[in-house]
Design a protein around this ligand. Structure first.
Ligand SMILES: Nc1nc2c(ncn2[C@@H]2O[C@H](COP(=O)(O)OP(=O)(O)OP(=O)(O)O)[C@@H](O)[C@H]2O)c(=O)[nH]1
Ligand SMILES: [Mg+2]
Length: 208
């Protein structure tokens, strides 16, 4: 049963863009929809969720989890708790969760977290999103920052880690550079395919 939104209207199916701070969530939403969501050089640019009406769906830009420039540890923790609570409350409407990863940093951060005996936050979120959303697509963004020869290795590493985290799923990974506008049409094709499977029509993406 779909919960009505704050104005009492029934909610549209939602696609949420999640990921650590500064990975390019807002940049990708802007590149796909042409909507002027806030983008920033420093982590923590998106402070609250932004609901973008994009017929036949609602696209949600949420704050990044993890470090936010100029914010206290308490605020960062509160933001993360808030993101998790919001995502859980949208569960019935979520048709797709898109997890954006900065591929130029993934391996390095992964190794740092693992060496401390902690589950890397990207992997933790991948697990969480897989539990609450019927479809999860992982976007390896900022490919322009990875040397051409190293890219395949970085993607293989990501794939192995995701597979290990959720062995029953085959991770769907799309490679993008929001800055260079690469991979955007691949992402659109994957999203459209899932929308059509769910009986919905394609939105008017600005990417062709
Ligand atoms: N080199 C490179 N930079 C990118 C790419 N995508 C985004 N950026 C830059 O990364 C920075 C963060 O982009 P945002 O789109 O604000 O990232 P976000 O994930 O929404 O960040 P928060 O809202 O803080 O969580 C900006 O300076 C972008 O220009 C990319 O593909 N390549
Ligand atoms: Mg943002």
């Amino acid at each position: 049963m779909k919960e009505p939104d704050r104005t009492g209207k029934p909610r549209k199916p939602m696609i949420v863009f999640a990921g650590r701070s500064n990975v390019g969530k807002s940049s990708i939403i802007r590149a796909l929809t042409g909507k002027k969501v806030r983008i920033g050089k420093k982590p923590g640019s998106t402070r609250w969720e932004m609901m973008i009406d994009f017929d036949p769906i609602t696209i949600v830009d949420i704050p990044g989890f993890g470090y936010m420039a100029g914010q206290s540890k308490t605020t960062i923790e509160e933001t993360k708790t808030n993101i998790v609570q919001n995502l859980e409350s949208w569960k019935d409407n979520l048709i797709l969760a898109i997890l954006i990863i900065d591929i130029s940093l993934f391996k390095e951060l992964h190794e740092r977290w693992s060496s401390r005996g902690e589950i890397p936050i990207d992997v933790e979120f991948y697990n969480f999103l897989s539990e609450i959303a019927p479809n999860v697509v992982v976007v390896a963004n900022k490919i322009d920052k990875v040397k051409k020869l190293a890219l395949q290795g970085e993607i293989d590493f990501l794939k192995t880690e995701l597979k290990e985290a959720a062995p029953t799923k085959n991770p769907v990974i799309v490679l993008t550079s929001a800055r260079k506008k690469q991979g955007m049409s691949d992402l659109v094709s994957v999203i459209d395919g899932l929308l059509i499977e769910s009986g919905l029509s394609k939105p008017q993406w600005v990417v062709t």
